[in-house]
Design a protein around this ligand. Structure first.
Ligand code: NDP
Length: 303
């Protein structure tokens, strides 16, 4: 899943192609499940409010869910919906046997407590892996629902590097949705893990020690080329919208052009981690469906 261009020495880890391959494998597994067991995996996505970026994500999730042969249930609630009504909807989805995965699109309107809402989802249906029980299961190396973005990063790292054991991994960013679960997954792979954040001293030097460098910060081009160890594998989770010459562009947290001259392999933005996130949401829904029906975990979709 890698190539090079004239300007770069790094192999480019093509997340778009990887995600397409992953979705094709999921579609095959879904078809087999339907044929053998008469079961159709179902994903419910809940959107509260009118945030345009969230509406686009939800639409794309619905399209891709149907494309792999799963049922997609979309619930759109007005921004002023009382929290109690959202919790009541989650209760109904928890009890619905046609729903195997539930995702509540974040961010939620200010009057809602996102932690309370996420923890109302049945842990076995927690397709995003944000429920406190799943966080604990992942942290103790047990079977969990794993957050989609870090799961996608891990799949690409394994595909590119094989065993990760013993490698020095630096994760820049410590959010609950990306940085912390990414660090935990890498620790579970027997990497030696450093988690860096806004209070880290001498971040460039910390990054230079990384065989695997994961950037999940939200600051365009913050990681410079000379922060990258020669030959390192760089995973750029950042999605930042900037304007260049009056045109909107998406860039990552890594100075891609400079880092690609030093790294051994790198994910581009767009076309790297982004496409893997929805593919892993589908993977998690299929995993949840198999577990709900007492079947073994699907091949190659879990850590
Ligand atoms: P958060 O804002 O929740 O976390 C950002 C982290 O970066 C924090 O831990 C923060 O440290 C750290 N940070 C901020 N500034 C610095 C700095 N100057 N030096 C070192 N660390 C710093 O962001 P998310 O984790 O939600 O997202 C990170 C990026 O990933 C964003 O660009 C987001 O859009 C993207 N993203 C992409 C996804 C995908 O599908 N590809 C999915 C999810 C996110 P501290 O804790 O000390 O404040």
């Amino acid at each position: 899943m890698a190539g090079t261009t004239a300007e770069t020495t790094a192999a480019i880890i093509d997340g778009k192609a990887f995600a397409a391959g992953l979705r094709a494998r999921i579609a095959t597994q879904v078809a087999e499940l339907k044929a053998a067991q008469g079961i159709t995996p179902g994903l419910a996505v809940v959107l509260v409010g009118e945030d345009p970026a969230s509406a686009v994500y939800v639409r794309n999730k619905g399209i891709q869910t149907r494309e792999v042969g799963m049922s997609s249930f979309e619930h759109k609630l007005p921004a002023e919906t009382p929290e109690a009504d959202l919790l009541a909807l989650i209760d109904r989805l928890n009890a619905d046997p046609a729903v195997h995965g539930i995702l509540v699109q974040l961010p939620l309107p200010g009057h809602m407590d996102a932690t309370k809402v996420i923890n109302a989802i049945a842990p076995a249906k927690d397709a995003d892996g944000f429920h406190i029980l799943n966080v604990g299961l992942l942290g103790t190396g047990q079977k969990a629902m794993v957050p989609c973005t870090p799961l996608g990063c891990l799949m690409m790292l394994r595909d590119h590097l094989g065993s990760l054991a013993g490698l020095n991994a630096v994760v820049v960013g410590r959010s609950n949705i990306v940085g912390k679960p990414m660090a935990q997954l890498l620790l579970n792979e027997s990497c030696t893990v450093t988690v860096a954040h806004s209070r880290t001293r001498d971040l460039p030097d910390v990054c230079r020690g990384a065989d695997i460098l994961v950037a999940a910060v939200g600051r365009p081009g913050m990681i410079k080329g000379d922060w990258v160890k020669p030959g390192a594998t760089v995973i750029d989770v950042g999605i930042n919208r900037i304007e260049v010459d009056g045109k909107a562009r998406l860039v990552g947290d890594v100075d891609y052009a400079a880092a690609a001259r030093v790294a051994g392999a790198i994910t581009p933005v767009p076309g790297g981690v982004g496409p893997m996130t929805i593919a892993c949401l589908l993977a998690n829904t299929l995993t949840a469906c198999c577990r709900a029906n007492g079947l073994p975990d699907p091949e190659g979709l879990t850590p």
